[in-house]
Design a protein around this ligand. Structure first.
Ligand code: BES
Ligand code: MN
Ligand code: ZN
Length: 501
């Protein structure tokens, strides 16, 4: 998708298939809406009398307005002017873009980013516009018949109307938003692909493709032998229950301008993504209902790949390493059994009391491996616990960190991109739930505070650097009729990395 800016006062003369203008409840028109209203003899004020209440997430299509060159004017509801905020703005851009995509238009013009809004800048509003527009054209089609493929949206171009002298800021925002949208598309596609297509090997191939596409990205995919040589006994214990070979994926993003700066080379930020391409639970088998959704258990890996794609497209100055331990978690004659004790790469022994708590078993070895990069910080992303869904639902990602500065940076990045996280506790007192009589640590801590004890388990492998953990079990995909990957937390992670650069 293409994005451009246009500076103009004569909105009514813009030739386009669809022009978005915002209106508030209680009859307050945004200034673009006011211009169109004046040009069309009060056509907008007329419909505001009864037909359209301007509530958030609603819109009304007006065709062929007299005195207006646009074929359609899309009135987009912004709610009460006093409570207008970044989230409502993003929702308005989404409503407009979704309309354009569904109506199979090829282009549209939005004036929504030009409206001032509490807690935002023109740059951040333009970014939201591009992110939402980019998302509106995502359609899963990899395993659908040709007829379904023919209903792909045709939307190719969104033009953002800005004030005089504001184009440069808007263009920065549009570039970031486009990159984030492209990263989300990749993450969503990988998540939505079935487990028999998106295997550990497939994730490795995807990493190699990114390395081909961007000169700043390199990728290495370690095979079973190489993983054995690293002594990743915990990761391998999960992988051995499946006939699919595991993969340990290492991606490096090195900024093109690195080394030229006076500050010297920056230490990398390491992202670690859980890559369980299907989680049946192993011998501690999951119930049958909705088990298909465990194809999404690699969404941490997908979001990490999507984030690498986004920062590579943007060319940010912060070096990044991405690590993905990828395998399946299946029951078989070779699978882990409850009570088994395995030795992690760190040397710590682990008693596997439940083979379905496999995410932490694959992540702990990747977290130990991360030490070799002397990272400025490590952030792991994982569909780790059902308990996190109980705690936070599908609204917020769970954030766990002992480092306040790192946690605040991630929370801020989430707020700025409408991809929010909520901080959860991570105190020593929870650690005692992981006590084992037969190993250094048990892999489950009983029913209380399940998402916290999972984070506590990971914390035992992260003593050597600043670390944060994102539990995306509730936010990585939607269930039910609109089942599909969300692309979260690509916006949060990308924004965080932009902010570090
Ligand atoms: N991948 C699941 C977590 C999950 C479950 C995410 C449902 C989203 C929806 C993870 O591997 C798992 O099975 N966790 C167990 C841990 C338990 C055995 C301590 C869980 O949450 O039930
Ligand atoms: Mn599991
Ligand atoms: Zn899992």
């Amino acid at each position: 998708m293409e994005f451009s800016t246009q500076t103009t006062a004569s909105l009514h003369q813009i030739k386009t298939a669809a022009l978005a203008v915002g209106v508030f409840t209680d009859g307050m028109l945004s200034s673009p809406a006011d211009i169109i209203d004046n040009a069309s003899n009060g056509a907008i004020r007329e419909v505001l009398k009864s037909e359209f209440n301007a509530k958030p997430n609603t819109y009304l299509v007006l065709r062929n307005l007299p005195g207006v060159s646009a074929a359609r004017v899309i009135l987009v509801g912004l709610g009460k002017q006093q409570s207008y905020n970044a989230k409502i703005h993003a929702g308005a851009e989404r409503a407009f873009a979704n309309y354009c995509a569904q109506a199979r238009l090829t282009e549209g013009v939005s004036t929504l980013a030009s409206i001032e809004c509490e807690g935002t800048t023109l740059r951040s509003r333009a970014q939201a516009c591009a992110t939402e527009a980019g998302q509106s054209v995502y359609r899963y089609d990899a395993t659908l018949g040709k007829r379904d493929r023919d209903t792909q949206p045709k939307l190719r171009k969104i033009t953002v109307v800005v004030g005089r002298g504001q184009a440069p800021q808007a263009q920065q925002g549009l570039a970031a938003g486009r990159a984030i949208a492209n990263g989300m598309q990749l993450a969503r596609k990988l998540g939505d692909l079935p487990g028999n297509v998106c295997t550990p090997t497939y994730l490795g191939t995807t990493a190699k493709q990114l390395a081909k596409e961007f000169k700043t990205v390199s990728a290495r995919v370690l095979n079973l032998k190489q993983i054995e040589a690293l002594k990743m006994g915990s990761f391998l214990s999960v992988a051995k229950g499946s006939n699919q070979p595991p993969a340990f994926i290492e991606i490096k993003y090195t900024p093109a301008i690195a080394g030229k700066g006076s500050k010297g080379a920056k230490q990398p930020i390491v992202l670690v993504g859980k890559g369980i391409t299907f989680d049946a639970g192993g011998i501690s088998l999951k119930p049958a209902a909705n088990m298909d959704e465990m194809k999404y258990d690699m969404c941490g890996a997908a979001s990490v790949l999507g984030t690498v794609r986004a920062i590579a497209e943007l060319g940010i100055e912060q070096p990044v390493v991405a690590l993905i331990p990828a395998c399946e978690n299946l029951p078989s004659g070779q699978a882990n059994k409850p009570g088994d004790v395995v030795t992690s790469m760190s040397g710590q022994t682990i008693e596997i009391l439940n083979t379905d708590a496999e995410g932490r078993l694959v992540l702990c070895d990747a977290l130990t491996y991360a030490e070799r990069f002397k990272p400025a910080a490590v952030i792991d992303v994982a569909t780790l616990t059902g308990a996190c869904v109980v705690a936070l639902g599908h609204v917020n990602t769970g954030l766990f960190s002992k480092d306040d500065e790192l946690a605040d940076g991630l929370l801020r990045a989430g707020k700025a991109t409408n991809d929010t996280a909520w901080r959860m506790p991570l105190e020593e007192d929870y650690q005692e739930q992981l006590r084992s009589n037969f190993a250094d640590i048990a892999n489950i801590g009983g029913p209380p505070a399940g998402s916290v004890t999972a984070a506590c388990f990971l914390s035992r492998f992260t003593e050597k650097y600043r670390w944060a953990h994102l539990d995306i079990a509730g936010t990585a995909w939607r269930s039910g009729k609109d089942k599909g990957a969300s692309g979260r937390p690509v916006p949060l992670l990308t924004q965080f990395l932009i902010d570090q650069a």
